[in-house]
Design a binder for this molecule. Structure first.
Ligand code: GUN
Length: 293
């Protein structure tokens, strides 16, 4: 039976360290880490994520502001807000919640965020630093960074000789995850919807990271015995057993099935999700430290 990786607990450890370090920074320099979270439109899932980011920032002792803009906000208006936040000395981290409404070019918005305040790690400068191994100065996207910390807890920092398979090639998770695993000496393959014999490829993985957004796609016979499995998926599925119209969250991994084969496995919820928010706090603290010199 697989060890369940307690992302909630590990995230709490990260957050308590961030909180202590933020208090020290405030005491030593008078600089309070500040984060601005911007949400455009009414997507219910995004509203939940953004609210929990704000709550966690307050828990860390940060200055936290949320900008909630209507769905019909124009791209130029959003650019102006980001430019204002870039110039605001009380703000060290800026996060524009994705996805944005269709009429807004997300790429333009992301590239408007100052790379020094890009705590999401989505700006070309930070993507380039991660891709060239400049990990000391890059902001790394929070979900892969948090996933890496979970892998670290199970396998240590050096992944030499281990095969890693990342299922999903998104800019937010798959590609940065590839670069992080590579930087830690794993032999990495990215799989995606056009990959041939996906189950066979996954069965070769000592480390399997699932980030495709397909509920419970990964089954026990896709997993190498003893593998470390990181489930990045957050999917809401109908749960009639809980009552009419009820839903529940599941990952991209069939947890009950895979738990019989894997060595260690993250649950959903309570695995990668809390780590994402914790790493956002850690990145904001780093940004504040840098601005304080
Ligand atoms: N939407 C889903 N995940 C993320 C994330 O990590 N950052 C932002 N900005 N939006 C997201």
């Amino acid at each position: 039976m697989a060890v369940t990786i307690d992302g909630k607990q590990i995230a709490e450890d990260v957050v308590s360290k961030v909180k202590a370090s933020a208090a020290e920074l405030i005491e030593a320099t008078g600089v309070t880490p500040g984060i601005a979270v911007v949400i455009v439109g009414e997507d219910p899932a995004s509203q939940v994520y953004v609210a929990s980011k704000g709550r966690k920032a307050k828990e860390c002792g940060f200055h936290s502001v949320q900008h909630t803009l209507p769905e019909q906000t124009s791209e130029d208006e959003l650019v102006k807000l980001v430019e204002t936040l870039n110039a605001d000395p009380a703000i060290h981290g800026i996060l524009v919640q994705l996805p944005l409404p269709k009429h807004i070019d997300s790429g333009r918005i992301i590239q408007t965020i100052s790379p020094d305040k890009d705590v999401d790690g989505f700006h070309f400068i930070n993507v380039g630093k991660l891709g060239t191994g400049e990990l000391e100065t890059a902001f790394v996207p929070c979900t892969p960074e948090g996933s890496m910390l979970l892998i670290d807890r199970i396998l240590g920092r050096d992944l030499s000789g281990l095969n890693a398979v990342v299922v999903g090639r998104s800019n937010i998770v798959g590609k940065p995850m590839f670069n992080l695993l590579l930087a830690h000496n794993a032999t990495v393959t990215i799989a995606h919807s056009k990959t041939k014999d996906l189950p066979g490829l996954c069965r070769n993985a000592d480390i399997l990271v699932a980030a495709v957004g397909r509920p419970q796609m990964i089954k026990a016979d896709w997993v190498k015995p003893g593998a470390t499995v990181i489930d990045v998926g957050i999917n809401r599925i109908p749960a009639p057993e809980r009552g009419e119209g009820k839903t529940r969250l599941v990952g991209d991994v069939d947890f009950a099935d895979v738990a019989g084969v894997a060595g260690a496995l993250t649950p959903v919820p309570g695995g990668v999700g809390p780590m994402t928010i914790a790493m956002l706090m850690a990145n904001t603290l780093v940004a504040a430290h840098r601005s304080a010199g």
